[in-house]
Ligand binder design. Structure first.
Ligand code: GUN
Length: 295
């Protein structure tokens, strides 16, 4: 069994970003990312903090906007409009999920698609479906694809099962893997909570992308020998032995599934660091693509 080390692959992506950032700096340009957090969900707060920290490490311009849970839809739209027209900001990310009273779809649509480094705007969703490389692909699926490429896992002709149909991971993951070319050309099945005979489906898979958000969901009897498993799950489960009172576990019952795998990602240290690295890469891409005033 080969352990796919996301932390190492993420470092490689970040090194590529550093080269690109130096190139842009030579032209007097500096990529800038704005991360917007509404409310005080502890997990979201932790993600936003690590995104901001990574930006600073790389020398990107970083703006962290922390808005109270009582922020109205109109106030949030106003902030987005300001960021859309701010020339030093090339990427805008609104941490999901926002509080219940916020219409997330409307917020996503309000972001300038050229600054939508999350790849959630309808224009970018369409570009992914159309295989138009000028669009932005959501960071987590992009990171999963890169992990497969770096681990030398052939996707062409492979039976891939994506567990989960979310807009953030499942759907874009399926589109990426079925696209023509390197890292694509797969035969993709998207399974979800209503899928019949799930075990029969997952046991046929050469590659499984687990993105359902349920701790230890994928068990050993659901996979065949020699499968490749990418675990997208980051679930907080109670752990009195841990100082924080919780620990992070994936969607895969790692201990029992790993021995059957050709390759598998751990949690933590698998997909997580890749998501942030791809966000940095998308921000650099946004800066490159936005023409006009040097910033
Ligand atoms: N929440 C969980 N993953 C993501 C992500 O990739 N982007 C945003 N904006 N929110 C998230």
């Amino acid at each position: 069994m080969y352990l796919i080390k996301g932390t190492e692959v993420a470092e490689k992506v970040l090194e590529e970003c550093k080269r690109d950032i130096a190139e842009l700096a030579a032209q007097g340009r500096r990529p800038g990312l704005a991360v917007v957090l509404i409310g005080d969900d502890p997990a979201s707060r932790a993600y936003v903090r690590s995104k901001d920290r990574k930006c600073r490490e790389l020398g990107l311009h970083s703006v962290k906007l922390e808005l109270p849970a009582t922020t109205t839809q109109a106030e949030l739209l106003d902030e987005i409009a300001k960021l859309n027209s701010d020339p030093v900001i090339h990427g805008i990310l609104v941490q999901s999920p926002p509080p219940k009273h916020i219409d997330e779809a409307a917020i996503v649509r309000a972001i300038d698609p050229r600054k939508d480094v999350d790849g959630f705007h309808p224009v970018n969703v369409a570009k992914l479906a159309l295989e138009d490389p000028t669009g932005f692909v959501p960071c987590t699926p992009l990171g999963c694809q890169r992990l497969l490429l770096e681990a030398g896992v052939e996707t062409s002709g492979a039976n891939v099962v994506v567990l989960g149909r979310s807009m953030i991971v499942g759907k874009p993951m399926a589109l990426l893997l079925m696209a023509k070319g390197r890292g694509g050309d797969a035969t993709v099945t998207v399974a979800h909570s209503r899928t019949k005979n799930l075990v029969e489906v997952t046991r046929r898979a050469d590659i499984i992308i687990a993105a359902i958000g349920r701790p230890h969901f994928l068990k050993a009897d659901m996979v065949r020998e020699g499968v490749v498993v990418i675990d997208v799950g980051i679930n907080r489960v109670d752990d009195p032995a841990n100082d924080k009172g919780y620990k992070l576990v994936g969607d895969v019952a790692f201990d029992e599934v790993a021995p059957k795998c050709r390759a598998i990602t751990p949690v933590p240290g698998g997909v997580g660091p890749m998501t942030i690295a791809m966000l940095m890469a998308n921000t650099v891409k946004a800066c490159r693509m936005i023409k006009g005033k040097a910033s």
